[in-house]
Design a protein around this ligand. Structure first.
Ligand SMILES: NC(=O)c1ccc[n+]([C@@H]2O[C@H](COP(=O)([O-])OP(=O)(O)OC[C@H]3O[C@@H](n4cnc5c(N)ncnc54)[C@H](OP(=O)(O)O)[C@@H]3O)[C@@H](O)[C@H]2O)c1
Length: 314
């Protein structure tokens, strides 16, 4: 298959790229954001029309944690709507057979019943700190659904839970909770086991999935015929942020104190995915959290000298 992976240098895109590159069966096409700005509609149309892929995997997005979402609502809304709209529309116009859209579990209402089922979409208000990003992603889900409904397109949305793994963003200004913890515990350990301050109360519960498991789910969708337009992607298991902190502390070898800064927001109290829909299609995760964090910490140690700061820009 001729496959265009949008966002192949990102954490998720690079895991998909690594996984698909193992097979000789696929011709993989990539473009960096400098070569092809996916917010540029005519450039995207020209590119897709020229390369004529059979499959597009959309792992390109403006991504960040609570602080970045809160500070840059315009970039999180506009960039994500533009990127996915241009790609999905170009796929449809050019008869691309399969489209796999990667979104996020933040599309579900803040107080939706746990574990989160796909049919809880649009049943209540969103978590305000990331509603800009969530609204963009909901639009992408609905675009794939509309094309499936009206034109019978095999366009599928995968909504992963919190992801982590090699290639993650460890810049404390824009990173997610798990890589931020790895960075903080590592830095504190290096500076003589100084105390580590973490946001919130530590009581919210979260679920985490290794990016190599995302790649395996993408492969599953690529090779199968999916009954639904929208699937949750996760492990179906969660733990408290406090338990996570203790796990990361153990893996990094930090021996100092953990201080919880309750003046900072906690976000959604619990976020656990109901993963039975994708389970019924025959897919399940394979990397347990402790093993996955160790693997990620090894990658961090090998790459810590080369990290770039990840800034949100216009
Ligand atoms: N990280 C998570 O915890 C998580 C959780 C759930 C879902 N997801 C979803 O997974 C997907 C990928 O996330 P990620 O963590 O891999 O993000 P990431 O590491 O920040 O990578 C995002 C990629 O998007 C590309 N990109 C951004 N703006 C672009 C533009 N204007 N034009 C072209 N390319 C652009 C970047 O390309 P360049 O490198 O070439 O600049 C980058 O490679 C997103 O849809 C996200 O919602 C992520």
């Amino acid at each position: 298959m001729k496959i265009f992976i949008a966002g192949h240098r990102g954490m998720v895109g690079s895991a998909i790229f690594r996984s698909l590159s193992k097979s000789q069966d696929h011709q993989i096409i990539t473009a960096t954001s400098t070569e092809l700005d996916l917010r540029d509609q005519s450039a995207v149309n020209d590119f897709i029309n020229k390369i004529k892929p059979e499959v597009i995997i959309d792992a390109a997005a403006k991504v960040g944690g609570i602080m970045a979402n809160n500070t840059y609502p315009w970039q999180f809304l506009y960039d994500n709507v533009a990127i996915q709209t241009n790609l999905i529309n170009a796929a449809h116009k050019n008869d691309v057979e399969k489209f796999i859209f990667l979104g996020s579990s933040c599309i579900y209402p803040k107080l939706a019943e746990q574990p989160l089922r796909e049919d809880s979409l649009l049943t209540g208000p969103l978590e305000p700190t990331n509603e800009w990003y969530a609204i963009a992603k909901i639009t992408g889900v609905k675009m794939c659904e509309a094309l499936r409904k009206q034109y019978g397109r095999s366009y599928t949305s995968l909504m992963p839970t919190n992801l982590y793994g090699p290639g993650d963003n460890f810049d404390l200004e824009t990173s997610h909770v798990l890589p931020a913890m790895i960075r903080k515990f590592h830095d504190a350990m290096v500076s003589g086991h100084s105390p580590v301050t973490l946001w919130g109360s530590g009581t919210p519960k979260r679920e985490f999935l290794h990016v190599d498991d995302v790649a395996s789910a993408v492969l599953h969708v690529l090779n199968g015929s999916m009954d639904h337009s929208l699937y949750n992607l996760g492990t179906g298991k969660d733990l408290s942020i406090k338990e996570l902190a203790e796990m990361v502390q153990g893996i990094t070898g930090h021996k100092g104190e953990i201080v919880w800064d309750s003046s900072k927001p906690d976000g959604t109290p619990r976020k656990l995915m109901d993963v039975s829909r994708l389970g019924n299609e025959g897919w399940t995760y394979s990397i347990e959290l402790e093993e996955g964090i160790s693997d990620t910490y090894d990658w961090f140690l090998e790459n810590v000298e080369n990290f770039k700061e990840v800034k949100i820009t216009d």
